[in-house]
Ligand binder design. Sequence first.
Ligand SMILES: N[C@H](CCC[C@H](N)C(=O)O)C(=O)O
Length: 296
Amino acid sequence: MRFTKMHGCGNDYVVVEALTGELAERFARAPIESAGDLAKATCDRRFGVGADGFVLILPETRPDSDAGVEMRMYNPDGSYSAMCGNALRCVAKRLADSGDLAGEVVVVRTADTLVPMRIVSRDADGKATVVEADLGAPEFAPEAIPCRLPAGPEGDLRAASIEDEGGARTATILSMGNPHCVLFVDEPPSDGLVASVGPPIETHAAFPERTNVEFVQVLSPTRLRQRTWERGAGETLACGSGACAVAVAAALTGRTERSVTIELLGGELDLCWREADGHVVMTGPAVEVFAGDWPR
Ligand SMILES: N[C@H](CCC[C@H](N)C(=O)O)C(=O)O
């Protein structure tokens, strides 16, 4: 199976274009979960290629969809995620670099979300380097996240109290198509904080489908620092949907403006939570590292 190893801010993926032929037949109409074991094997950093996720680019099979392709993204534990911001930018780059894009824009479907993307810049060889992606509007209702905690007076979880061994923490909890539990801290998030708090919140009983956990320090009204313990992956160098959730959480709680830059361990992303339609637009790099063949 031919793959391309890619990353967005160091959040890395094995990307397989399965738009035609045997791979398309193998995956496009198969149940989504059927690629979970392949994802686990491929993402294994000792016995496989090694990545934070496995991504399939499939033909769109929904007759009513405006998308050009469907993206399916799987965590290293084999679980499927309905949203993945860094992987989406990599998919847009792959399609642009392989000449499959008509012009500079593409709409990719992931689960029920259509994500319009635009190639913002290319290098001297014409390869895409920066991609803008519209991840749509966040979901705040607890049942949509999903989260079992009771909504606050505003009907959302902008200041929810979540308990773990370390005591009660105030979190802003929302969905970008995948669940995010955002914790604001006053100091740069330490290794110890991420490693000790990430896992118990990822698997907390309040989250029936687990959650991603973001640790965020506000640097200014337009700049934040983020570390992320990801659902099904552990700490990653960056989380695109997490950065979108952080931008929303920070603006919603009055900590920042609606347009911010977020410093992640692996690079920076620019986010805008648009006033007009409530969509979150993320702009950032997408990099191809190498291509290879995987005997599966
Ligand atoms: N682990 C995440 C999916 C990957 C999200 C992240 N890598 C991104 O760039 O959005 C989840 O299960 O929700």
